[in-house]
Design a protein around this ligand. Structure first.
Ligand SMILES: Cc1cc2nc3c(=O)[nH]c(=O)nc-3n(C[C@H](O)[C@H](O)[C@H](O)COP(=O)(O)O)c2cc1C
Length: 358
């Protein structure tokens, strides 16, 4: 099977989730014997369709543009047994780069009108290749793909047998967070498996589809809180997401609730071992109030308010602790300078770096 895999994400350098999941799908396809060519559309020159209908009249089947689409991609598209259209969801639909590609396939159609049932369509000059659609989105709900899916199904309305699979992955940006690694692993495996199944049986099994689309964001409020802390940190530091990643930063909590979530996400069970302890934070300043964390059996449980019997209490201005957490200030140095105070088992304070990683 000859597969042409089109990646329309404008992002490269390991940032693109389209590319990340497409690579896994391609891996599965190749394992099953397909010859796959991956093309990054951002590296190609593809003009907009001029709407001149020259490809329907003066030069039947041939576009007037002398660009990479006419010279390279359209012939490859026609020759492929299967085309994977992979792109980020932009404004709830096909991204412009992929839409431009799709519009430029017009030369495959004939200008004439044909009636099928209640609907009119153009017959084809020759059959177009089977299709798999892969799209990723930032929002966590599957419903963000509803409009896209309706469009794709309409596009293939007269050729439903050519539409092999629609693979949609919401919350795609969160797939790379260490906290979600268990689910992310399942999802990655499911994309590889989908690639195998598409080549071997021409469809994706319902179980595989369920795994790759699974909802791993259980708490939508938490998702929003973390996302907001992330974007606020980018804005405050004057960094794009790429620069944020490159500098290995963590979002700066802006409330006790966000702090509780982020600290729990950074919990390192291996570092905690069999420690059993309750850590309490008494914050003053920007976000005043208390919260505590129960660590037991390699787990952490964040709780609002003060604990009954904390083993360690850290009494600190909120901003001071956030500076320490974000690596902007040295915890030991600030302790010496008495910028915060502790009560209880000091050895727990010393082990903070073991309990919490990134
Ligand atoms: C212009 C633009 C429009 C977007 N529109 C949506 C959207 O409608 N729904 C959504 O969930 N995410 C939206 N996103 C987020 C992207 O789908 C998400 O970040 C995705 O991971 C980007 O794909 P990439 O990593 O392959 O570049 C949008 C992003 C951009 C830049």
């Amino acid at each position: 099977m000859k597969v042409l895999a089109l990646n329309a994400s404008p992002r490269g350098g390991g940032q693109s989730k389209t590319e990340f999941l497409l690579n896994l799908l391609v891996q599965g396809m190749e394992e099953s014997g397909a010859a796959v060519e991956v093309v990054a559309l951002r590296q190609k020159k593809i003009n907009y369709c001029a709407g001149c209908f020259t490809c329907w009249t003066k030069t039947p089947g041939v576009c007037i543009h002398q660009d990479d689409m006419t010279k390279e991609l359209f012939p490859k598209w026609l020759e492929a047994d299967l085309v994977v259209y992979a792109f980020p969801l932009y404004h709830y639909t096909v991204s412009a780069a992929m839409k431009t590609f799709i519009e430029r396939t017009l030369p495959v159609a004939l200008p004439f009108f044909e009636q099928e049932g209640e609907e009119t369509h153009h017959p084809l000059r020759r059959d177009f290749p089977k299709a798999v659609f892969l799209s990723v989105a930032g929002f966590p709900e599957m419903s963000v793909f509803d409009q896209l899916s309706a469009y794709i199904r309409f596009l293939f309305g007269f050729r439903t047998e050519s539409l092999v699979a629609e693979l949609y992955r919401p919350a795609a940006e969160s797939l790379v967070l260490p906290f979600f690694q268990e689910k992310a692993h399942e999802i990655r495996e499911a994309f590889v498996q989908a690639g195998r199944e598409i080549v071997q049986q021409g469809s994706v099994a319902p179980e595989t589809m369920a795994l790759l689309t699974q909802d791993f964001i259980e708490d939508k409020e938490m998702f929003a809180r973390l996302g907001n802390a992330y974007w606020k940190t980018c804005i405050a530091e004057g960094l794009t997401p790429r620069e944020f990643d490159e500098q290995g930063l963590v979002p700066r909590p802006d409330s006790i609730a966000t702090f509780m979530t982020l600290l729990s996400m950074g919990f390192n069970p291996a570092g905690a071992g069999d420690t059993r302890a309750t850590l309490q934070f008494d914050f003053s300043g920007a976000a005043a109030g208390s919260c505590h964390f129960r660590i037991e059996n390699g787990r952490i449980e964040p709780c609002p308010g003060p604990a009954e019997k904390p083993d360690l209490t850290i009494d600190t201005p909120f901003e001071v602790w956030m500076d320490i957490m974000g690596g902007k200030a040295d915890g030991q140095q600030l302790f010496m300078e008495q910028k915060y105070k502790v009560n209880g088992d000091l050895s727990l304070l010393m082990r903070m770096n073991q309990f919490f990683g990134k």
